[in-house]
Design a binder for this molecule. Sequence first.
Ligand code: ADP
Length: 348
Amino acid sequence: MNQKTQYLLASIVESSQDSIVSIDLNRIITSWNQAAEELYGYPAKEAIGKPLHMVMLPEDIQDLIEKVNNIIHEITVPVYETIRVHKNGRQADLEIFLSPVRDEGGEIVGVSTIARDISIRKMQEKQKDEFIDIASHELKMPVTCIKAWAELLFERLESSTDQVNATMVKQLVSQLNKLTGLIGVLLDTTKLAAGEIRLTPEPMDVNEMIEEQIAMLAPISRNHHLIFLPGAIQSVVADRKQIGRVTTNIISNAMKYSPDGGDIIISTSETTDSIKVCVQDFGVGIPVAMKDKIFDRYFRVENPATQTASGIGLGLYITKGIIEQHKGTIHVESEAGKGSTFCFTLPY
Ligand code: ADP
């Protein structure tokens, strides 16, 4: 690289809106641009030569050590969110991108950290959560009441000669069921964010629960063929109702995102210390770049084939939260256009 190119690159880094800081392999700051001065409050002169830890929360230091280690071993570190501390003690939410810094010989000699202040976005997300929390709490009571009255009315009409009105009220009850389900999902989302979903663990037979789920879901679509391959698994101690919601969500997603119908294969198996449940479909699949994003709140993949599929992007967020509360794991393997396999584990 000639001197002119080097100068040009340095000036791009210096004038970037994002904070660009490089550290050596011991996490000592080696460069610090103008945006970093503004973001952290330290002038470059003061920051260079100091450990990056000075702008971090103590509990995040171990995580950075692991991430730098990954980079040394050429393992890509996905963009992540964290909190950094300004010289005046103020904390900011940041999105961080780490990449290797190499010497002329290509050897990794440090790490460049690009940080973007996402405090405003975080604040808006918090306001949105608060609004959803209040709105869903306020809606729950009247809607539950209307549903109870509608169900009573339906029972009366059903046993009367007025079958026309009975059919209409049946529709009303069915829509109210959808509405109460939706309000429940919204309430759970805020509960989950606040760590307030309470589990009632009990020994459960997962194969038996899946059979019940399949019996309930299969009649919903004649185009989909739900195939169950139960493995010889032991019972686990888990919250039956919550794990039921997890499997319902994954199986109904498999149906929803296979708009042309087809097989959906549900299987259970055992690993050394857990049971594993997998749901495979042959539907629209998920683009690689979005594989991890689909577990985020409100995230939906835009796909013309499933544009009409209803949803608000909360199901997998809640699903992941429930599985993690059980100390289990969940992941997806997928190829766009070919289908997806969601698997979760529950420890013994
Ligand atoms: P929702 O279905 O309400 O949008 P989810 O949180 O359950 O919300 O799913 C998030 C997104 O992940 C969906 O909008 C969809 O784009 C994608 N997705 C989930 N399951 C599948 C699947 N089996 N096949 C393809 N895409 C899926």
